[in-house]
Design a protein around this ligand. Structure first.
Ligand SMILES: Cc1ncc(COP(=O)(O)O)c(C=O)c1O
Length: 424
């Protein structure tokens, strides 16, 4: 077992060896007593990249200068603005460029994807999802069941954890899928569950869903920019994500979607249509009759929200500069360090902290969800007054996300020292 002294030496050594350390300088940190806060909520709202203000000013200038002509004449023409995200988004989630598009916001996109991929027919009408999904997803499932005239209580299946567990095993998920067989229309999990931080084996879940004739889709809000993803190779049918968490693209930032290549070419797949999804060559002929672009772009409804996208462009450029492989390598080290720091708090103080997140690095992203016996929500304020930003989930869980893009090992150590100071 490590002592805080040993962990401190290790933090100094790891920070000095961290090749990603300079990336921290690309972000703006909230200040506390003249110092950067210890920020552990990149899983909720990522920090602002320093280049954002200039990118927004550029769009404002182009708008002032060109008015409507900015669609063609802006430094980055608005007409095709979204196209520049295809390659970097594809790299981010392991997709082909024509399988991804950036548009709308997350829950809106989940609805658009459910419209296409939840097509209950006869007894094949059930949706399987993990225990405690993000509420918005659950509301989306519920509303789609109702739109199809079905009773959510009958068709929505929330997989419970097996006895004594705080997360799912892949075997349990596979067994459930197999058991539901031809009653299963769709498996739709979070890629990383927002509450527990569990990273699901999307490849195996997708294969199990396909084996019984169901679609598999994922809400990657907590996975995009956090986990290594290979959506195309895994043959995932669809996915969507937000950009304001790990992707640092600002509050309410644009969302991304992925649709497996084969589906993007299938013009007969039902979808909600809008002019931005229509064949680009004839879009401005303004004729009736929707002709889908044969890429994920055909799920677009509206012209692009340029201001939001300008932020996303700056933020994604930073991901491209580093690459997900390097981020993930640091992330595994950082979260392992957090785990050991938390265990040291436990052994040195006797406070019975419990980590809900799986200890296997392959089954988690950067986040650890920690049960804090004896504390209530007011503890977040105590930490904030000490310059630490964490978030609270009832009844007594803090979610800690050491983000490899800008967190240091020393941040984690200092957090541990503070937790030890406030131990129960
Ligand atoms: C897993 C998950 N799904 C959906 C949402 C809802 O996102 P939005 O408000 O962008 O639709 C969130 C928001 O935090 C989330 O964490």
């Amino acid at each position: 077992m490590n002592s805080f002294e040993q962990l401190k030496e290790e933090a100094v050594r790891l920070d000095a060896a961290d090749t990603l350390a300079p990336m921290r300088g690309e972000y703006l940190f909230p200040q506390h007593d003249g110092k950067d806060v210890l920020y552990f909520t990149g899983n909720s709202l990522g920090l602002q990249p320093k280049g954002v203000k200039q990118a927004l000013l550029q769009e404002c200038d182009d708008w002032a200068r060109f008015g409507v002509e900015g669609h063609m004449l802006a430094e980055r023409p608005w007409l095709s603005y979204h196209e520049q995200f295809a390659a970097p988004s594809a790299r981010l989630v392991g997709a082909l460029p024509h399988e991804v598009v950036v548009m709308n916001q997350l829950t809106v996109n989940l609805h658009l994807l459910l419209t296409t991929f939840y097509r209950p027919a006869g007894k094949r009408n059930k949706i399987l999802f993990e225990q405690k999904p993000f509420p918005s997803d659950q509301y989306a499932f519920e509303s789609h069941a109702q739109l199809h005239g079905l009773d959510p209580a009958e068709v929505l299946v929330e997989l419970p954890y097996s006895e004594g567990r705080t997360y799912h095993t892949t075997e349990d998920i596979e067994r459930a899928i197999e058991g539901m067989g031809d009653e299963l229309a769709l498996v739709c999990f979070g890629g990383v569950n927002y509450f527990t931080g569990q990273l699901f084996d999307m490849q195996r879940i997708t294969a199990a869903a396909h084996a019984v004739g169901a679609y598999a889709g994922f809400d990657l809000a907590h996975a995009a920019g956090n986990a290594l993803l290979h959506l195309h190779d895994w043959k995932v049918d669809f996915a969507c994500w937000c950009s304001y968490k790990y992707l640092n693209s600002g509050p309410g930032g644009v969302s991304g979607i992925y649709i497996y290549e084969e589906h993007t070419r299938n013009a007969s797949l039902p979808r909600l249509a809008g002019w931005w999804g229509h064949d680009k060559a004839s879009r401005f002929q303004m004729k009736n009759g929707f002709v889908p672009i044969p890429t994920a772009e055909s799920w677009q409804l509206s012209n692009a929200p340029i201001m939001s996208m300008a932020v996303h462009r700056v933020a994604l450029d930073l991901f491209d500069r580093v690459g997900m492989a390097a981020l993930r390598a640091k992330s595994e080290q950082l979260t392992d360090f957090l785990q050991r720091v938390l265990m040291t708090v436990r052994t040195e103080t006797g406070w019975a902290l419990e980590v809900l997140t799986p200890s296997d690095p392959a089954a988690r992203g950067c986040q650890l969800s920690v049960v804090l016996p004896g504390k209530d929500r007011s503890f977040v304020k105590v930490l904030a007054e000490a310059g630490v930003v964490v978030d609270w989930r009832e009844p007594n869980v803090i979610r800690l996300a050491p983000v490899p893009m800008y967190n240091r090992f020393m941040d984690v150590l200092e957090l541990g020292q503070l937790l030890a100071r406030f131990a129960e």
